[in-house]
Design a protein around this ligand. Sequence first.
Ligand code: PMP
Length: 365
Amino acid sequence: MNTTIKRAYNFNAGPSALPLEVLEVAQKELLDFQNTGMSVMELSHRSATFEAVHNGAIELLRKIYNIPENYEVLFLQGGASLQFTMIPMNFLSEGKTASYVQTGAWSEKAFKEAKFFGTPVEAASTKENKYKNIPSQEDIKFNADDAYVHITSNNTIFGTQWKVFPDTGDVPLVADMSSDILSKPVDVSKFGIIYAGAQKNLGPSGVTVVIIRKDLLEKANTNIPTMLKYTTHADNNSLYNTPPTFGIYMLGEVLKWVEAQGGLEKVAQNNEEKAALIYDVIDASNGFYYGHAEEGSRSLMNITFRVADEELEKKFLAEAKEAGFVGLNGHRSVGGCRASAYNAVPRETCQALADFMVKFQQDNQ
Ligand code: PMP
């Protein structure tokens, strides 16, 4: 490792911190990948060398997430935002309904896209409570003939996260897991579709992971453009056209890193402990800091908080920046502060922020 490089205290919401070990592997292999005399970016996506990278990433994701055989794992492009479109395009039609649980800005965007293809219905919304909480199972209304029920498992902007996923019976549960995929073990068999942009917990931006139950593929609309059909990608092992090869390689390396951490149980434990370092400071601050999310809905990935005094909040953000913290400003639509502590954010980085927050309070109270 080049010890002269000082890594930032990176709390970016996405793209966000990548594991240092993964970056070092990529650096080492950049000019000559597996004695090919080429970078992984220069390989043909049809070459055996790249196919091994591609299939290795799929297999490792299947293993780590315990993905059952009756699911396809797809690597697509267009970000999670294109999934907002592809899901209703593939599964809705005029007059057909799907229920959407509204827990934040990304849920709203998903809902909006569904209107182009069918009739999305609001299953529940916490908008009136400023998206501070996740609704309870009893508050979620959906119909037995809905094509699916859509949720956002972690709300990146508001800092809330589902702790227990809703039971939707025979109606497929579709989850945008962009900001908490692979942060903890999940029972994949409870979902019809899981999708996520890679740029938070999985790797660099450019790859979108879709995990989809095979029986849904059989029910998908057929009179839609080739590239927007899930079946096109499922039938071609996500190699119908040129995939984002470098992103897939990095995803594979991130998955190896997750495995080396001790798997998802261990990653989840680390995430609990890391987030607690910061939430504990907020809770012990006697109102100097306050969290946005209600306690039972707090996200372990995006810790959203305010400094009670608005002027002090500006000072806090300015001094934090000065001290080397990156990405602590809340999303431009809501303001405040947000610390995104995804899998790859080291515990020491969270501890440094907790210490900085304590010191700032002492100096400014
Ligand atoms: N869903 C969630 C929960 C997100 O956090 C984001 C991006 N921050 C998106 C969707 C949009 O993802 P993309 O930029 O990959 O389209």
